[in-house]
Ligand binder design. Structure first.
Ligand code: CS2
Length: 486
């Protein structure tokens, strides 16, 4: 079998990028070459290139593993995107020009960031990749990659924030204008967060640089959405059946895709709206909606589902009791939101339920369960405080919090890894607690995790505790059934 390397080898029935790939220069440097970026930003960019052309191809940067980098370079940046529903369809995406492994070739990364043609630096690095100090919202200089970058001359940045500052510093020195830095992660006001971290970092190096960035660079916020499970053997087999070529970079995703972008790009941007992106003035309402209704519900079902033995999201939707809780969680979350322009929250919820139940998507609950300490504050705790302010119900958020605690407890003894940057702290807190109230207090006491106001809220504590007691005493299945009957 031949590897996927060139478009001319593909059967004519396969949808391929209909533009002259070699003629389109690079305009975007993207940090974080995961499956999500390949199912989302690279696809919108492919559509924009088809519609309007332009020098907007992507140089992708990997900060850690080099596997995906080597594979994509061997394939000339080409890969297959499978869209799974009742039937699977597919297309080959051509918007990635090349990929660089930052630890192996930092000079090439800096050159790409400093190149005048680079007008956007986009990032998908997940919540933990930012280095946010949970206590202040500013830069956490104890995160190893951030600490290393702050102490270095930035000739080989390890963190995304360090890399952005290094790129901007070089551009300023060369008299080249700044690029737009575009966060595509699940954080509320992700652009504002990124700006704050970049300025914090820059200010510690050079006050003039920080002033220049503040005055000239832009950091639009975006809401990104597409459920993208990890690649499996079946992804590669189905991609091979479609294209007749071996594709080690193939990925699969759902039909739904959404991108709401704050239209603030001083150095230009691709015609992403041609791929369906929605350009708005203020993205915050969309971000909150997605975070609390989609991601928050995901986290709840991931902890409850994983502990109850449900492997995939669709399995949690096939459990009538859990499905009820999933629907209820979305309704509870919707009640914490202000109106979202152009969106009917009830229809949004119905559509989410259909997406979660998609029988063709193998989205592991254990994947979503990862990094709880990074995800719960924005998905669950903020929503709980918002519900309290409105005098609305927060039972489902308390259940989600308890389910996360039961997940942490369940990992003791090595049944599974928690997979969280604070895993060691979580395990040591949970190991010393025998009973539900000890576990609850130990986890609530972790610094910078649960907001002080929530920790001190006796009704919240009792509501979580009553759920946690059932989870630990009678099992997650019984807790789900009890909650559904309430
Ligand atoms: C999920 C998200 O893993 C998770 O935490 O909630 O990756 C989710 O699938 C995406 O945000 C969907 O757009």
């Amino acid at each position: 079998m031949t590897p996927l390397q060139s478009l001319s080898d593909l059967p004519t029935a396969v949808a391929t990028p209909r533009y002259d790939r070699d003629a389109a220069g690079v305009g975007i440097v993207h940090v974080g070459l995961g499956a999500f970026m390949r199912a989302h930003l690279a696809v919108y960019t492919d559509d924009a290139l088809v519609a309007e052309g332009g020098d907007w191809r992507i140089t992708a940067i990997g900060l850690r593993s080099r596997d995906a980098i080597d594979v994509l370079n061997k394939q000339n940046g080409l890969y297959t995107l499978l869209v799974r529903d009742a039937e699977t369809s597919g297309r080959v995406i051509g918007s990635i020009a090349d990929a660089i492994h930052a630890p192996s070739d930092p000079a090439a990364v800096l050159a790409a960031l400093a190149a005048p043609g680079t007008r956007i630096v986009s990032i998908t690095i997940t919540e933990k990749g930012y280095g946010i100090d949970p206590a202040t919202g500013g830069l956490d200089d104890t995160v190893p990659a951030i600490a290393a970058d702050l102490a270095s001359d930035l000739s080989a940045p390890q963190s995304a924030v360090g890399l952005i500052v290094a790129g901007l510093e070089r551009r300023r020195a060369h008299g080249v204008g700044p690029f737009t830095a575009l966060s595509c992660d699940n954080l509320p006001e992700n652009g504002r967060i990124l700006k704050r971290l970049v300025l914090d970092f820059a200010r510690r190096r050079d006050g003039d640089l920080a002033d220049w960035i503040e005055a000239n660079a832009c950091f639009p916020s975006t809401m990104v959405d597409r459920i993208t499970p990890p690649q499996t053997e079946k992804t590669r087999t189905d991609a091979r059946a479609l294209t007749g070529a071996d594709d080690l970079a193939a990925i699969e995703t759902e039909p739904f895709s959404q991108w709401v972008i704050e239209d603030d790009f001083r150095a230009g941007r691709p015609a992403w709206e041609k791929g369906g992106a929605v350009m708005v003035k203020d993205v915050h309402a969309y971000e909150r909606m997605k975070l609390v209704m989609l991601n928050g519900t995901h986290s709840m079902l991931a902890y409850a589902g994983h502990v109850a033995g449900h492997r995939f999201v669709r399995d949690t939707m096939a459990d009538p009791d859990l499905k009820r809780l999933i629907d209820r969680h979305m309704q509870t979350a919707a009640a914490t939101l202000d109106a979202v322009p152009g969106i009917d929250l009830d229809q949004y919820r119905q559509a989410l339920l259909v997406r979660f139940a998609n029988p063709a998507i193998d989205h592991p609950t254990y994947q979503i369960a990862m990094d709880g300490t990074q995800k719960l504050p924005t998905r669950i705790f903020d929503a709980t405080l918002a519900a309290m302010t409105r005098g609305a119900d927060f039972g489902s958020f308390a259940f989600a919090t308890a389910a996360w605690m039961a997940y942490v407890k369940g990992a003791i003894g090595g049944a599974y890894a928690i997979r969280d940057p604070r895993e060691a702290e979580l395990l040591s807190a949970a190991s010393s607690a025998q009973l539900a109230d000890g576990l609850l207090d130990a986890l609530l006491a972790l610094p910078g995790l649960v907001p002080t106001e929530l920790r001190a809220h006796e009704t919240f504590r009792q509501t979580v505790l009553s759920r946690l007691r059932v989870m630990l005493g009678n099992g997650m299945g019984a807790a789900i059934a009890k909650e559904a009957a309430a």
